[in-house]
Design a protein around this ligand. Structure first.
Ligand SMILES: Cc1cc2nc3c(=O)[nH]c(=O)nc-3n(C[C@H](O)[C@H](O)[C@H](O)COP(=O)(O)OP(=O)(O)OC[C@H]3O[C@@H](n4cnc5c(N)ncnc54)[C@H](O)[C@@H]3O)c2cc1C
Length: 196
């Protein structure tokens, strides 16, 4: 039986992957996080497109209770540092979160290998083999923490190709009238036009 090189291999260094890495490190596990991007939290380098988080950051809570404060802080990972040190804004910018996640990985000396996209995961005798462009790894456990942003769902609606997808729509108010309603209405109107 082949002995896995790692206890756990985590795919993705977003908030979930980093948090898991922190727990695995604290538990003394042999782990590695593989991240396709060049830094943690690459999802937030593109999204939200308007660059303002929807996760609140309540800095002034009126209490010193750490549990209560954490409930009102939707961005911090466990084990510190806290995101509230990075922004005073109730709805902070996505760039603040990227900065925070990079510092969090450094603070905990997390074992993250960047620019390493996982291409294939196969079950082997006693674990998993994980293939990347730069080589293969073996691990007893694999956790896929790749988030939601990789495969946009395009609904099978006639005319959907006329709507600008969220990922590429202009966020410049001077050049766009881009509410979701407008996009949807445009697609519907075109699809009802009689065929000639
Ligand atoms: C439009 C939109 C806006 C959002 N706004 C917010 C917000 O303001 N605040 C908030 O808290 N949440 C927001 N979310 C939810 C947000 O996606 C999650 O909170 C957060 O990103 C989930 O973290 P995660 O670690 O699970 O995944 P992600 O942050 O997506 O991290 C996944 C990581 O995996 C990497 N990866 C993917 N595939 C591979 C591969 N094959 N090999 C190696 N690495 C790979 C990616 O590069 C990425 O770094 C939003 C979601 C959407 C869709």
């Amino acid at each position: 039986m082949r002995v896995p090189d790692l206890d756990c291999l985590v795919v993705g260094a977003g908030p979930a992957g980093l948090q898991l890495g922190q727990h695995l490190a604290a538990a003394g596990r042999d782990y590695l996080i593989l991240e396709g991007g060049s830094a943690p939290g690459t999802f937030f380098a593109t999204y939200p497109r308007h660059r303002q988080l929807i996760s609140i950051n309540k800095v002034h809570t009126g209490t010193d209770d750490p549990e209560l404060n954490l409930r009102m802080d939707w961005n911090s990972l466990l084990g510190g540092p806290l995101f509230t040190q990075y922004s005073e804004r109730y709805f902070p910018t996505a760039d603040d979160l990227i900065r925070y996640l990079a510092d969090y990985a450094k603070h905990h000396s997390l074992a993250v290998q960047y620019d390493t996209k996982v291409e294939r995961i196969a079950r082997t005798d006693g674990g998993f083999e994980i293939a990347t462009g730069g080589g293969a790894y073996r691990a007893a456990t694999v956790v896929v923490a790749t988030g939601v942003g990789v495969m946009p769902y395009v609904a099978p609606i006639p005319g959907i190709e006329l709507a600008e997808p969220y990922a590429t729509v202009s966020t410049d108010p001077a050049t766009s009238s881009t509410s979701g309603c407008w996009l949807s209405a445009r697609a519907t109107r075109r699809s009802r036009r009689p065929r000639t």
